[in-house]
Design a protein around this ligand. Structure first.
Ligand SMILES: [Zn+2]
Length: 307
């Protein structure tokens, strides 16, 4: 999904992370008695978990091994001024997508008597600290409810196509960003806590929370070409093409639990699913995309989220 070339990007919504410093204000780093709780929350809100995949000899760190922190050069953000920049650089595309998704929810929520709380993204390289623990390319993008921020590793989009097998289309990347902002919305609506009740499995609360986030990403997608940038009034994104939707579906399919398990171990264990099958992730993204309606994303209202 391409940006209109002349929209302006707001880099203040994205921070550069890295350098591995521990414990920001609040200091809720993993450790001590809190560790277990923090890790649990973190595990439940991940978009995906690259550590479950075979490393494939591409120079990736072994699971659990955190590479030395490297900071995303803040100078790179200064190159992100317009939609044209978002069309040529992954970093600028994250910034543009964050801008568009937040502008959408800020405009949409008042219809439900709610106000969107601005949620920053930390774009980092290597590893960085979050209030939910260490973020690294071994854990994938996630939303941390303890510091109300989205964390995205700059190299993740390459991993998405090279290791998960998603296509490298723009909407595949934008879907990942929009999914994490779906978790931010769930947090603001008081729904995220449900993910911690009910264990794992295809119909578990955790899977329902994830599929709802996929659906919310679809709702944004349907409206994305109408969300204007404040400065110019021009919509951030151009109208969708069929190829865009195929890209998003390839990403949703690539991060399905069944597909990841099959690739990692050669077998599928539905009882341990945390995010849902490839089919259900595509189904719920499409449900949001086709209806454009937040109310159609209530994955807790249906008997089965599959099929
Ligand atoms: Zn998620």
């Amino acid at each position: 999904m391409s940006f209109n070339d002349d929209v302006t990007l707001d880099t203040s919504q994205v921070r550069s992370g890295g350098g591995g410093g521990s414990g920001g204000p609040g200091g809720l780093v993993v450790g001590g008695g809190l560790g277990g709780i923090v890790v649990l929350i973190l595990a439940l809100v991940f978009g995906i978990d690259p550590s479950q995949l075979p490393t494939g000899g591409s120079g990736q760190a072994a699971p659990g091994q955190v590479q030395a922190g490297g900071e995303v050069d803040p100078a790179a953000f200064q190159e992100c001024r317009t939609g044209a920049d978002a069309n040529r650089s992954d970093t600028c595309r994250v910034i543009g997508t964050v801008n568009s998704v937040q502008a959408f929810w800020a405009g949409e929520l008042p219809r439900y008597k709610r106000e969107w709380q601005e949620t920053p993204t930390v774009l980092y390289s290597g590893a960085t600290q979050s209030a939910c623990g260490t973020a690294s390319n071994q854990v994938g993008p996630f939303y941390c409810p303890l510091d109300k921020s989205v964390y995205i590793d700059a190299s993740f989009f390459e991993i998405l196509s090279t290791r998960f097998g998603a296509d490298d289309g723009a909407l595949a990347q934008e879907y990942v960003v929009a999914h994490e902002y779906g978790h931010a919305l769930q947090d603001q609506l008081g729904l995220l806590g449900k993910a911690q009740q009910g264990g794992t499995g295809p119909e578990s609360n955790g899977v329902r929370i994830e599929l709802m986030a996929d659906c919310l990403a679809g709702v944004w997608t349907q409206h994305a070409s109408q969300v204007p940038d404040e400065d110019t009034g021009t919509p951030f994104l151009k109208p969708l093409t069929d190829a865009d939707i195929e890209s998003a579906l390839s990403a949703a399919s690539a991060v399905g639990d069944d597909r990841i398990q099959e690739a990692a171990t050669g077998r599928v264990s539905p009882e341990s699913w945390t995010h849902g099958s490839s089919a259900s992730r595509q189904k719920w993204f499409l449900q949001g995309y086709r209806t454009g309606d937040l109310n159609q994303c209530d994955t807790f209202a249906v008997a089965s989220v599959e099929g």
